[in-house]
Each structure stands twice: as C-alpha cells, then as structure tokens.
Write a protein that binds this ligand. Sequence first.
Ligand SMILES: NC(=O)c1ccc[n+]([C@@H]2O[C@H](COP(=O)([O-])OP(=O)(O)OC[C@H]3O[C@@H](n4cnc5c(N)ncnc54)[C@H](OP(=O)(O)O)[C@@H]3O)[C@@H](O)[C@H]2O)c1
Length: 332
Amino acid sequence: MLALLRERGFPAREIVPFASERSVGRVLEGGLVVQALSDDAIQGFDLALFSAGGSTSGEWAPKFAQAGAIVIDNSSRWRMQEDVPLVVSEVNPEALDAHHGIIANPNCSTMQMVVALKPLHDEATIERLVVCTYQAVSGTGRRAVDELLDQSHALLHDRDIESPSEYEHQIAFNVLPHAGSFAEGEDHTDEERKLMDETRKILGDPSIRISATCVRVPVLNGHSEAVNVQTRDPLSPERARELLAAAPGVAVLDDPASALYPLAINASGHDDVFVGRIRRDPGHERALDLWIVADNLRKGAATNAVQLAELLDARGLIGTRSVGDRPARSAV
Ligand SMILES: NC(=O)c1ccc[n+]([C@@H]2O[C@H](COP(=O)([O-])OP(=O)(O)OC[C@H]3O[C@@H](n4cnc5c(N)ncnc54)[C@H](OP(=O)(O)O)[C@@H]3O)[C@@H](O)[C@H]2O)c1
C-alpha cells in the first residue's frame, strides 16, 4: 500500500506507518519510521489504511474513526456490516458516500470477479454463478510463499519436506480444495462464504445464486477463476467480449487459437483484471464461461484500497470528518 501511494502520487501531506510492537522503530523505504498504536498516536488523521487482520481492525478502526479519520480496512471484520460500504472502485463507488467512518475493501477473489461481472450484470442481469478459484499462496501471506518455495526446493533435491505449517497438506506440486478455513459444522470454507456474500453485497443484488469452490494452488502470486455466468436476458459471447473490452479496469485476452488467455504469471505486477476464454456454456442457453485472472495483492487488495482513497479525495470526502484545524495526514 505504501508503494502504491507513492507510485500513484497520492496527495498526502504526511504518511505515518503503524505496525505491531515488534516492528516499532523499523525504518522503511523512504525513511518512514514505524510507530506503535496508542490512543494518543492515532489523533489527527484524515485517512487510515488498515491491513492488520480482523481483531486489530475490530479494536482500532472504530478508534481511528472516532478520532476523525476515514478507515479503509482490508480485513473481513467489517465487510458484511450493514452500515459499512463494501466498495470496488470500478463497480460501486457511489456506496462511499454513505460511509460512517469505516469502509471495507473486499476479499481478493471477490474483488477481481466483480470487476469483470459488473458490465455483464448491468446488461443482462446475472441470476446464478458457479465459481471455481485457483488461488495463489501470496494471498495467505509471506510465510506461505516461503513454505511453497522451501517445499519445492526440497522435493526437487530429493529431500523430505518439513511438516506443513501454513496449510493442512503439502502445497508444492499439489492442489488443495481448501482455501480459507472450515468453521465447526460448515461444509464451505470462510473464503467460499466471503465470495458468495460479498459478491451479492457489492453488486447490490441479494437474489444472485452462487456456488463456489475455493482452491489453493502452488502459484506464487495471481488468482485465477473459472466462472460460469447465467443471465436472465440472453447474452452472446461476442457482446460479452465487447462489454468487457470497454469496461474500466478490465483487459480482454481472448484468442485461444493463438494460446492467448490470461495467466497468473503475466497478471502479477499489474492492476488490471484480465478476462479470456469467453464462451457459450453448451449446457445452458443463457450461460457463459469466463476465465478471470488478477494480481491478488494489487487489485485484490492494495490497489483497490488506494483507489478508494483517491475516490474519497475526488468526491471531496476527505477532511470532512476532521477535528479542529490541523494538516491532513494518512496512517497505514
Ligand atoms: N494479502 C492479501 O492478499 C489480502 C487480500 C485481501 C485482504 N487481506 C486481509 O488483510 C489483512 C492483513 O493481511 P496481510 O497479508 O497484509 O497481513 P500481513 O502481511 O501479516 O501484515 C499484517 C500487518 O499488521 C500488523 N499488525 C499485526 N498485529 C498488529 C497489532 N496488534 N497492532 C498493530 N499492527 C499489527 C503487522 O505488524 P508487524 O509487521 O509488526 O508484524 C503487519 O504489518 C488480513 O485480514 C487479510 O485477510 C489480505
């Protein structure tokens, strides 16, 4: 998020990085020094970008909001709360206007999917989705990336792997039908539930029926998704291709005869959502199949958070919750 604020030239007068006690005093690129959270330290901010997990967010987001900041939160803590807008910059930016101090950034696999689905929903009204994800290990975090690399290295050198700590099973050279976790008595993972619930909230249509299987694959970065889209009105693959080509934040890569379709390794490092393999579902006259790929750390997380900050700025919403007369600041 810090890199993206810099890269996109976000007009902050001051940026203050916060992390846990163990990182206090660490000097980041550009000379910013990591601070600890305290009731005093969080005063006077206009914006706070959070990516510290649900429990930290549960405790500190309301405190930042109380102190006058607008919080953009990456965790799942606030996403389904009714008075918290859940926003994707290309899909429902108008939802920002109703915020009460906290705005939620969606789950990565939901984010990339709704960017591609929005123009199709506007044109033909989506009735049902069947989604299978192929999610990269970077979505789990840095330790999971290390685990995949360590296991791959060991196996390629005929060594035994250490017992997995980030996943239930070996991830290298394997496919795990278990992205997220199973709550007691649940037959879907929390990742699958997020995909279903958040998609309906962002598209503003609780009637969309969704079936999801979220799968972890040994890919370093970039989530891929096979999505079957059933619409109320007829929609041809040609028209869908046209709509997607004109949609903001979407790039169509669709020439299978030349082996051209979106790939995780090519999407990684980019902000667009890439769509290809756009074709008629032979099993249903009003359904299409799509292949959707994006960088889960960029558009799936940090890019959208910074885009929301930019939209708040463009809509004149920053500074409106300020307390007293003091310079604009951002906390990350
Ligand atoms: N990564 C993704 O693709 C992605 C996408 C969407 C949403 N999310 C969500 O975003 C959240 C964070 O994920 P992440 O991958 O960014 O995690 P991460 O790399 O582990 O970073 C977490 C950050 O939070 C800080 N932190 C932890 N506990 C804290 C505390 N008590 N007080 C202050 N700071 C604290 C950590 O500080 P230290 O540096 O000191 O440890 C670290 O800087 C999760 O809820 C995740 O589900 C992640």
